[in-house]
Ligand binder design. Structure first.
Ligand code: AMP
Length: 286
């Protein structure tokens, strides 16, 4: 059953609680999520738990990071289960606001970055990172954490959050946790719940393509175009797959690189049926 947890639905209440905790000299770590929790989220919560006196988890399916025609309405939700998982990992507070509470009716101020969103996922999801940067900034102002944790699985997202923290001089430590995978390698994601049994098999191709690239690199193949083509052939050999992008890029700027002669990140987004999945892997030359 775990320890009791406070569920806070209101921004002002959350702010007051954080002020009170800070006045008592307590440190706060937060893990922002959209719920439908899995082991990827829980691993971040456990890390956070060990880093601060108070662990705040937020669950909010943020409408501004979904574009038209994306899966906002269908996004999986199970608050009862999420709540019990948060209890089990020892979270102290669950911040669980409604969309109206977060945005009201006349919301008009957004945070947009100038360069990082114009790569990778930002190309096919043009409003996504504006929504992410805005909600994360709002959550930081409401929860007032000393430390916030994000998953490496959403590589571009954590890169963007680090940039906005630096650019806006936010006094918050950003920690990223490793991607947690199913035993066969599929990166855990709330969206995996959309997959049929046969699509679940095809979904494995994302990780396989990343591993294949790492193996090619170990064998001395460093040309990004060739590596990407080979990854694309593997992915398209599985049923129901459509490639959104496969990119090998600079880990810092996210600009594509031609040759892996320095550390790089390979990132990809693939639709399996209608479900869009992402994954990534750091690549280092021999
Ligand atoms: P989401 O609920 O999908 O918005 O994710 C909330 C946080 O959990 C984000 O920081 C994600 O990067 C992180 N996360 C999601 N999936 C994983 C995973 N498989 N491994 C590690 N972190 C993850």
């Amino acid at each position: 059953m775990g320890v009791p947890i406070d569920i806070i639905p209101l921004k002002t209440e959350m702010q007051a609680r954080s002020n009170h905790l800070k006045n008592q000299g307590k440190t706060i770590a937060c893990v922002p999520t959209m719920g439908y929790l899995h082991e990827g989220h829980l691993s971040l919560m456990r890390m956070a738990r060990s880093m601060a006196d108070t662990l705040v988890v937020s669950i909010f399916v943020n409408p501004t990071q979904f574009g038209p025609g994306e899966d906002l309405g269908a996004y999986p939700r199970d608050f009862e289960r999420d709540q019990s998982l948060c209890r089990k990992v020892g979270a102290d507070i669950l911040f669980y606001p409604s969309a109206t509470e977060m945005y009201g009716s006349r919301f008009q101020t957004f945070i947009s970055l100038e360069q990082l969103p114009f790569h990778l996922c930002g190309i096919s999801r043009p409003v996504h990172f504006r929504g992410v940067a805005t909600i994360v900034t709002k959550l930081f102002n409401i929860i007032k954490p000393h430390t916030a944790l994000f998953g490496q699985k959403d590589y571009q997202q954590v890169r963007i959050i680090r940039q906005l923290v630096q650019d806006l001089d936010l006094d918050i430590q950003i920690i990223s946790g490793p991607t947690v995978r199913e035993s066969d390698g599929l990166a855990m994601s709330s969206r995996n719940a959309y997959l049929s049994t046969s699509q679940r098999l095809s979904a494995l191709t994302l990780y396989q393509a990343l591993c294949q690239t790492r193996n090619h690199l170990e064998n001395g193949l460093t040309d990004a175009k060739t590596l990407i083509q080979s990854a694309a052939s593997l992915i398209l050999s599985f049923p129901e797959t459509t490639i959104d992008y496969i990119a090998i890029c600079d880990p810092d700027t996210l600009e594509e690189i031609q040759t892996i002669d320095r550390p790089a990140v390979m990132a990809l987004a693939v639709k399996v049926g209608k479900t869009r999945l992402i994954d990534n892997m750091m690549l280092s030359p021999q």
